[in-house]
Design a binder for this molecule. Structure first.
Ligand code: AGP
Length: 623
């Protein structure tokens, strides 16, 4: 996902822009740039392909003294990563500079019109450059930058978060957005900031204004900010939010990568969620949840993307197991591929760490249009998704997840879904209360079992490295560990770039086993529970066809360890003879940890960019 930053105030803009872009690096990008209005009366644009340090080196070649500037990290969508395709983009006369997140769906049509009717010469292959030229033509008519922006947003279609500066309005930054976030930061000394992610502003302020779709904001150096309705051009009152989030810690706390730090933060996050949602009487509370949310609901539909989808799949399983209600789940992108069949009796549970994933937001908006109720499970209270859910949010409180690969947000999302499912089970009396109380009590031991598991990381590392040169892996799990097999395969793919497929273990014999030979290791989740023996059989079926068999087992295991070539042992999980049917519920929080760690260690061993894997963005804000 691209990143936008901006500063207007009494100081030099350069350091604010660079420091803010530094925070946004985690979201993944392939080039960056800044535009600063120079006191000599021109707009200075500096941009570079590659890492932010390339841009910083260029800024050292001449000092930028301007007090107004915008900046950008680009994750290429239209036009390859290159210096020329990097943002900011300017019009032909260098009157205006813009930075853009999103995709302009009608840019071909607009570009042809500009070339034909205004003889514009384009310099880049991007859709975004069209915006600069459209603004330039409006400015030439003598319009202000604000009025120019109000005019062009009536022409462009698609998703956009935009920031613009111009020579004709040298003391102004103009912002607008549609289906892409942008927030204004209100500084302490009348400084004003803007960013596509409030994380970039927290080092300077926690007072923000989230611009709504098609609003236009005008920022001035004296701390004045005006918001206009994009349709009526009328000024509207801003809604100021105070975020209670800490500045993003760009400190790895002694870990080599943010990813390893965040993997190790998971026990503490579950403890935080337990403290927030489970009181001393073992009662579950959701303070941010409107209690009427569940009234008159006859259907639940979960949606999300990537890791969030896999957390949602776990949500389906745990809700059906505990609350005994049927739950549907769909990739957000698939929901967008056909008419979404929801109504006022449908509860849509949207899961998104960032709360800004375009597919998820668009699916949610389509569902809301049909009257569905929305529950959002997100890590970002300041996100678009959280705003859409209004009073029906469950915040996973995982802290800013810097590494592109989701880890701590995954277990936190799962845990919140578990608590929600138990709450529903209590409401519906679908499970005897003493069994639910046993479950709640045992959940409280998960953080320490997770810590004991994470302490075995070096052992997991030694055991996976011998497989580093193989080209395809198969991850197998059943029931509660089926989503973990899928998530483990995703982590493996996105971190090591090696092909990995997660399957429901029972599905292997229906086709995938044809891919198995001595070059295709299987990694099976074989923790005690109702599906242990069936999964072990699937593992053996693959092994008899030559596959190296790896498996996650617990310390007490006797059978699987006889069959496996490589074992990743985890501590024994809570067990009760009386409630043995519930043993599977605990394993996902433990079995996912070796999978996260082996993906991390193998990627590190292979020299991959662990925190910012190639081609990936932390939040995919384009469809
Ligand atoms: C997971 O490691 C990936 N980074 C990706 O699949 C991610 O989970 C997905 O893009 C959804 O992001 P969200 O949770 O912010 O909506």
């Amino acid at each position: 996902m691209c990143g936008i930053v901006g500063y207007i105030g009494q100081d030099n803009a350069l350091d604010y822009l660079i420091n803010s872009l530094r925070v946004l690096e985690y979201r993944g990008y392939d080039s960056s740039g800044i535009a600063i209005y120079s006191p000599e009366g021109h707009i200075e644009i500096i941009k570079a392909k590659g890492k932010l340090n390339n841009l910083i080196e260029l800024t050292k070649q001449n000092s930028q003294k301007g007090k107004i500037g915008i900046g950008h990290t680009r994750w290429a969508t239209q036009g390859i990563p290159s210096d020329i395709n990097a943002h900011p983009h300017a019009d032909s006369d260098s009157e205006v500079a813009i930075v853009h997140n999103g995709i302009i769906h009608n840019f071909h049509e607009l570009k042809e019109e500009l070339i034909k009717n205004s003889q514009i010469i384009f310099t880049s292959d991007t859709d975004s450059e069209v915006i600069a030229h459209l603004l330039g033509l409006e400015l030439k008519k003598g319009l202000s930058l604000k009025d120019s922006m109000l005019n062009i947003i009536k022409k462009i279609k698609g998703s956009y978060a935009l920031a613009a500066i111009s020579k004709s309005d040298p003391d102004t930054i103009i912002l607008t957005c549609h289906d892409a976030p942008i927030v204004i930061g209100i500084g302490k000394e009348k400084d004003l900031f803007c960013a596509s992610d409030s994380a970039a502003l927290l080092q300077y302020t926690n007072k923000i204004i989230r611009l709504k779709d098609k609003q236009v904001a005008q920022l001035k150096p004296n701390g004045e900010f005006l918001i206009f309705d994009g349709k009526t051009s009328k000024q509207i009152a801003p809604q100021i939010q105070v975020l209670n989030a800490d500045p993003v810690s760009l400190d790895k706390a002694g870990y080599k990568h943010f990813l390893l730090k965040e993997i190790n933060e998971q026990p503490a996050i579950l403890r935080k969620l337990l403290a927030h949602h489970l009181n001393d009487n073992l009662e579950i509370e959701f303070p941010e949840l409107d209690k009427t949310l569940l009234d008159n609901i006859n259907r639940i539909l979960i949606c999300g993307c990537g890791t969030a989808f896999y957390a949602g799949l776990m949500g389906k399983i745990v809700l059906e197991t505990l609350a005994k209600i049927p739950v549907e789940i769909e990739f957000a992108s698939e929901l967008l591929s056909r008419e979404i069949l929801v109504d006022p009796k449908t509860l849509v549970i949207a899961i998104s760490q960032s709360g800004e994933t375009a597919d998820t937001l668009l699916a949610v908006k389509a569902a809301l249009k049909k009257g569905a109720k929305l529950l959002a499970i997100t890590n970002r209270p300041d996100s678009t998704l959280s705003a859409l859910a209004e009073r029906a949010n469950i915040f996973i409180q995982a802290g800013i997840e810097v590494s592109v690969a989701a880890t701590k947000s995954f277990t936190a999302q799962m845990f919140c879904l578990y608590l929600f499912a138990i709450k529903l089970a209590e409401n519906y009396k679908s499970i005897p209360s003493e069994q639910l109380n046993w479950l709640k009590n045992e959940l409280r031991y998960l953080p320490q079992i997770m810590e004991q598991t994470l302490a075995r990381g070096e052992t997991y590392r030694e055991k996976i490295l011998p497989y580093a040169q193989l080209k395809a892996f198969v991850f197998l799990g059943r029931s509660f560990n089926y989503p973990i097999a899928l998530e483990g395969a995703l982590k493996f793919k996105e971190l090591t770039y090696i092909q990995a497929t997660g399957y429901a273990a029972g599905e292997m014999k229906h086709g995938p086993i044809a891919t198995i030979d001595e070059t295709t290791p299987t990694l099976s989740i074989l923790l005690p529970g109702l599906t242990y023996h069936k999964t072990l059989h699937n593992c053996i079926e693959a092994k008899t066809r030559g596959a190296p068999s790896l498996g996650i087992i617990d310390d007490s295991d006797k059978e699987a360890r006889q069959e496996l070539h490589t074992i990743f042992e985890v501590p024994a999980l809570p067990f009760s003879e009386e409630y043995k049917d519930f043993q599977d519920l605990f394993s996902p929080f433990i079995s996912v940890l070796p999978l996260q760690l082996i993906a991390y260690y193998l990627a590190e061993h292979l020299g991959k960019d662990v925190d910012q894997p190639r081609n990936l963005a932390k939040s995919v804000t384009v469809e």
